[in-house]
Design a protein around this ligand. Structure first.
Ligand code: NOJ
Length: 577
């Protein structure tokens, strides 16, 4: 039986924390300060003033640690040395300066921590493949088994997210090693406490330096079934040997209970510092691939001693402009799994096509801008934290291949291992800073990290700064406005049963109640509060039984009780966007 509004409300009558707006920086394509074509840490320092104007609370910087160049490096997610800054990003002193200056600007700094695997050229792996004492079992090694022809084959059917088997043969050690992603990213044996100790020591290095927390990469992939049992196939057919990743039920290769224990140890480390340290987990895969990542993410947050936040595939996986039933269902699903908060909503990141085009590709041109604004508004008003990817505030569309990125410029590992249609470079092109400059001011080199798409020139920051109605200025205002709305910062959520395409929900805290209304369709729609709100709520919101709110195509309207912030007189306590 479906839940009533009252059931839902009762389950969620507690204030939610934490709630912040995080800005994700992909450093290779953010800003190049030394004209070598590659974004760097000094480049981030130069743009801190810009980041501050967005009103965000914190920044998450994707990896800038020593890592192999080329596809093997997986854009920095194959780490050769956790304690070294890759020279292409600058020096350790640059990072310390960045940390200090970000703090002076009131921004918290989260670095990426890759704890499920290292690069193959990490010292630990070199020692492990040579069976050096104490490192021998640092990674997941196996002798394999023999097929009917006497060939030595991997021990089980586990698959790699990036295509093919999760096992590669190592000629030096003459054994198979496990990898969930590229063969250049061998999985750490985090089932062993002594390996976790090493990982925790690397984290401590950065925490001691003063970083405010971590975005923890690929959490469901940190542990594995020590009996190496085969994963069942989702449709019951077995065995099969095709290249799809998500046709297995990942009962044994990922999402193991030991990860919860590992998380408790991470939390213990974070709590040992007098200043608040934050953990944002990446949990976008459940045992059925992306399909059931929400309960997994929730278990990492809600269990005792869990993480502060986790972001999931829930909203990122939506490939087109979401319809009302889908978003409504998603909000209810997320709220019921995170009754005290801890979810982090993201529309895009460096791994998926930009929301600016993913969600609007099939919509008519005239509505695209309004839809992009509605999306940002939705994310700002949803329960939980909001992680905004660089360029989302500019309404950037994904770069297309080969029109914007010729084949010989492609960088992404996945394009090589799985095929062009999976290439992630479309979301990784340089930030457009100045419309009139070469490569829109990202670099003065002739060879930028990736080409800047022509279509991004009009979105450049300098153009949008001048226009008070630009999506950039809209986003700034919205994020700043959010800071003063307790119902959005810590309130719980009640969805209302409005017919599609109108999405309506209440955000409530002790101090404030806010009604959030979205018309997710092209036609005008009318919302009659008396049909959905209690008499008391109607009274408090200042509505009478005849009140009707008209919503134009893709309108967003927020109305609040006890507004903590003065509104311009014409808008009273109603914000129409
Ligand atoms: C998740 C990261 O976001 C992605 O970019 C990377 O390829 C995988 N983890 C492997 O580390």
């Amino acid at each position: 039986m479906s839940k009533t509004r009252e059931d839902f409300s009762k389950a969620n009558m507690s204030e939610h924390t934490p709630s912040e707006v995080i800005y994700q920086i992909y450093p290779a394509s953010f800003f190049d300060s030394n004209s070598d074509g590659h974004g760097d840490l000094q480049g981030i320092i130069e743009k801190l003033g810009y980041i501050k104007t967005l009103g965000v609370d914190s920044i998450w910087i994707s990896p800038f640690f020593l890592s192999p160049s080329g596809p093997e490096g997986d854009g920095g997610y194959a780490v050769t040395d956790y304690r070294a800054v890759d020279p292409k990003f600058g020096t350790m002193q640059d990072f310390k300066d960045l940390l200090n200056k970000a703090h002076e600007n009131g921004l918290r700094v989260y670095t990426d921590f890759v704890l499920a695997h290292t690069a193959k050229d990490h010292d630990w792996f070199k020692k492990s493949r040579n069976r050096e004492e104490s490192y021998e079992d640092h990674y997941v090694w196996h002798d394999g088994k023999y097929d009917e022809n006497g060939n030595n084959i991997p021990p089980n059917n586990w698959k790699s997210v990036f295509g093919g088997r999760a096992w590669s043969w190592d000629d030096t050690r003459e054994q198979w090693y496990m990898h969930h992603f590229m063969p250049s990213q061998p999985a750490l044996n985090n089932n062993l406490e002594k390996v976790q100790d090493k990982v925790l020591a690397e984290m401590k290095f950065w925490l001691d330096m003063g970083v405010d927390g971590f975005r923890l990469d690929a959490l469901p992939f940190t542990n594995y079934d020590s009996d190496f049992r085969d994963n069942p196939w989702l449709d019951g057919q077995w065995p099969r040997d095709d290249e799809r990743w998500d046709d297995q039920y990942f009962a044994h290769s990922i999402c193991q209970p030991q990860t919860i224990e590992f998380i408790k140890r991470i939390k213990g480390l974070m709590d040992s510092y007098p200043n608040k340290k934050t953990t944002l987990g990446e949990a976008i895969s459940g045992p059925e691939g992306g399909r059931n990542s929400v309960p997994v993410a929730a278990s990492y947050v809600c269990e005792n001693n869990g993480l502060d936040m986790c972001y999931t595939e829930a909203l990122m996986s939506i490939r087109e402009y979401p319809d009302q039933p889908r978003v409504k269902g998603m909000i209810e699903y997320i709220e019921s799994h995170f009754p005290k908060g801890g979810n982090c909503n993201a529309a895009s990141n460096h791994d998926i096509p930009r929301s600016g085009s993913r969600m609007t590709n099939h919509m008519s041109e005239e509505h695209k801008d309004k839809i992009n604004r509605q999306l940002i508004t939705l994310f700002v008003t949803l329960p939980g934290s909001f992680c905004m990817y660089q360029g989302e505030e500019l309404g950037l569309e994904d770069a297309s291949i080969p029109d914007d990125i010729p084949l010989d410029k492609i960088k992404d590992a996945v394009a090589w291992s799985k095929g062009l249609e999976h290439c992630r470079d479309g979301a990784r092109t340089p930030m457009p800073w100045e419309s009139g400059q070469n490569h829109t001011g990202f670099t003065s080199s002739d060879d930028p990290y990736l080409p800047v798409p022509q279509k991004h020139i009009d979105n450049a920051v300098d153009m949008q700064e001048k226009d008070p109605n630009s999506i950039l200025n809209f986003t700034r205002k919205l994020i700043t406005w959010r800071k003063n709305q307790p119902a959005l910062i810590k309130g719980w959520t009640e969805t209302l049963n409005t017919p599609a395409p109108v999405l309506a929900f209440l955000r409530k805290s002790k101090e404030q109640t806010m009604l959030c209304l979205y018309n997710m369709g092209e036609q005008e729609h009318r919302f009659k509060p008396a049909d959905h709100l209690s008499e008391e709520e109607m009274k408090e919101l200042g509505y009478n039984t005849d009140t009707v709110i008209t919503l134009d195509a893709f309108d967003s309207v927020m109305k609040d009780i006890n507004p903590p912030v003065e509104r311009p007189s014409e808008a009273k306590n109603q914000l129409v966007l």
